[in-house]
Design a protein around this ligand. Structure first.
Ligand SMILES: [Zn+2]
Length: 127
């Protein structure tokens, strides 16, 4: 991969990271202790005495949690890809060590594997 290509993907990854973070911030907050994203809406405080309200809060929490989980995967893959750029190993399949197809990176700059291995088990995601 040429320096120009790396620069191009780095820019796209930085944009992706920014938009994922903006989305995560709208759904939750980052726990400074664990470094993980927590959903808002789940705090049961004394003001929520009505059971209806409690139900609404739990529902909101559940929805936020599900969305956060999804975006968080993308967020951490994007961070990981940016780290790989820093380490000079960007665009290499994590399973086979082959170069990832350019088309695939164009479609998903934070891809961790080549097309052949995109559905491999063991990475925890299908990216
Ligand atoms: Zn591969």
């Amino acid at each position: 991969m040429t320096n120009e290509q790396v620069k191009h993907f780095k820019k796209r990854l930085e944009e992706e990271l920014r938009s994922a973070e903006a989305e995560l911030k709208s759904l939750g907050w980052k726990n400074p202790t664990t470094g993980e994203w927590e959903a808002t809406g789940g705090d049961i405080d004394q003001t929520a005495t009505e059971s209806d309200e409690l139900g609404d809060r739990m529902e909101e929490y559940g929805e936020n949690r599900a969305e956060i989980d999804e975006i968080e995967i993308q967020w951490s893959n994007t961070k990981r890809a940016l780290q790989k750029i820093d380490e000079g190993v960007y665009g290499v399949c994590e399973i086979s060590g082959e170069e990832i197809e350019e088309d695939r990176l164009e479609a998903n700059p934070s891809a961790r594997t080549c097309i052949k291995h995109m559905n491999s088990k063991g990475l925890g995601t299908s990216f």
